[in-house]
Design a protein around this ligand. Structure first.
Ligand SMILES: [Zn+2]
Length: 342
C-alpha cells in the first residue's frame, strides 16, 4: 500500500494491522467485496473495525483522514441513524425484556427490502449483521438469497463469534477475515496513547482482547469485579467440595435469560482461565509474565499441590464448557458440574 493511502485513513483501532490495511486498500482501490465475514470471539475489535470501515465509506469530510468522526455522516453512523446503513442482530423483546434467541427471518427480509431500495444519498448501502452465528437455517437461507444477488455498491458485513456455527454456503459467499488476540504490548501502547493510567496492568488483564481493556479503563468497578472473581476462584481451589459449592453459588448473579447467563459464565471463565494460566506460568518459572501480579503469592500457594497436567485439564474443561453453552446447556449446572469435578 502506498503511504498516501495510509494518510487517507484514521482508524485508531487497537491491533489487527493486517486486516485494517487490507480493508483500507480495498476502499482506496475501489475493490471492496460485496460481503465480509469478520470472525473471532467478541471483544477482539470486530465491531470497532466494521464501524471504521463503514464510517470511511460515508464520511463527507474531504479535508481530513477518514473517518473524520465529526461530519454529519460520521455522527449518523456512530448513532446508527444513517439512512443507508442498516444494523441487525440479536434484539431485545420489549415485553419480556429477554434477548431473542437468534436473528429472526423477518429481520433479514426487512434488510433485503431496505437494500433493494435506491440509496438516499447516491452512494453505498451497508448492512451490518451482528451475532450472525445466531441464525437458524431458514434465516440463513433468506440471507443467502441476498448474498447470491449482490447489488452494486452494497456491502454486507457479518460478525460471528464462531465461523463453524454459520452454514458453509453463507461463509463461501463472503470474504472471511479472522480476528486474532492482540499482543499485550500493542494493547498497552494503545491505552497509553489514549492517556490511560495503569495501562500495563489493564493490558495484561485483557489477555489479547482490546474490548476488555477498554471496558476496564472506562469502568473502575470492573477492575474490582475482576479482582473478586479471581479471589473467589482462589478460594474454590483451596476448599473442600461443600465449601466449593457454596462459593460457586455466590460467584454469579444468574439472570432469568439464559443467553445472558452464557455471557456471564464466559466472563467468569475468562477471569478464571487467566488465574490457571498464571499458575502454569509460575510452575514453569515464568513468574514475570503473569497477569494477576497482585495475587502472585496466593496463586503460588493455592496451586502448590496441583500438578501442571491437572491445571491444564481444568483449563481444557473450561474451554469445552464455554463451547457447549452456545448449544442450550444450562449455564448454572454446567458451572456446578465443572466445580464438582475439579
Ligand atoms: Zn466524517
Amino acid at each position: 500500500m502506498k503511504e498516501s493511502d495510509t494518510k487517507q485513513f484514521n482508524w485508531d483501532v487497537c491491533g489487527h494491522e493486517e486486516i485494517v490495511h487490507f480493508l483500507q486498500s480495498a476502499i482506496s482501490g475501489n475493490k471492496l467485496a460485496n460481503a465480509y465475514l469478520f470472525s473471532g470471539p467478541s471483544q477482539l475489535g470486530k465491531q470497532a473495525v466494521a464501524y471504521k470501515l463503514i464510517a470511511s465509506l460515508f464520511c463527507q469530510n474531504q479535508e481530513k483522514a477518514k473517518p473524520c468522526g465529526v461530519c454529519p455522516a460520521c455522527l449518523q453512523i456512530k448513532n446508527k441513524i444513517h439512512p443507508d446503513f442498516f444494523i441487525t442482530g440479536q434484539e431485545m423483546n420489549e415485553k419480556t425484556e429477554k434477548l431473542s434467541k437468534g436473528i429472526l427471518i423477518e429481520q433479514i427480509r426487512n434488510l433485503k427490502h431496505k437494500l433493494q431500495q435506491a440509496t438516499l444519498l447516491n452512494g453505498y448501502k451497508v448492512a451490518l449483521i451482528t451475532d450472525a452465528h445466531l441464525m437458524n437455517l431458514n434465516t440463513a437461507n433468506a440471507l443467502l438469497k441476498i448474498l447470491e444477488e449482490p447489488t452494486k455498491n452494497t456491502v454486507i458485513i457479518l460478525l460471528v463469534d464462531d465461523v463453524s456455527a454459520l452454514p458453509q454456503t453463507i461463509a463461501s459467499r463472503c470474504q472471511t477475515l479472522r480476528f486474532l488476540p492482540v499482543p499485550t504490548a500493542t494493547i498497552k501502547t494503545y491505552l497509553e496513547d489514549q492517556g490511560s493510567f495503569e495501562s500495563g496492568l489493564v493490558a495484561r488483564q485483557a489477555h489479547g482482547y482490546p474490548g476488555i481493556a477498554i471496558d476496564l479503563v472506562n469502568n473502575q468497578d470492573l477492575i474490582k469485579t475482576q479482582a473478586d472473581k479471581v479471589e473467589t476462584f482462589l478460594k474454590i481451589i483451596d476448599a473442600d467440595l461443600n465449601q466449593r459449592l457454596e462459593l460457586v453459588e455466590k460467584a454469579v448473579n444468574w439472570e432469568k435469560d439464559e443467553s445472558i447467563n452464557v455471557t456471564l459464565l464466559n466472563d467468569l471463565f475468562h477471569s478464571w482461565q487467566l488465574v490457571l494460566r498464571d499458575a502454569l506460568l509460575i510452575k514453569t518459572d515464568n513468574e514475570s509474565l503473569i497477569t494477576n501480579t497482585t495475587q502472585l503469592e496466593a496463586i503460588k500457594s493455592n496451586f502448590a499441590s496441583m500438578s501442571f497436567i491437572k491445571i491444564k485439564s481444568i483449563l481444557n474443561k473450561m474451554d469445552q464448557v464455554s463451547g457447549y453453552t452456545w448449544y442450550n446447556i444450562n449455564s448454572k449446572s454446567a458451572l456446578e458440574n465443572l466445580i464438582i469435578n475439579l
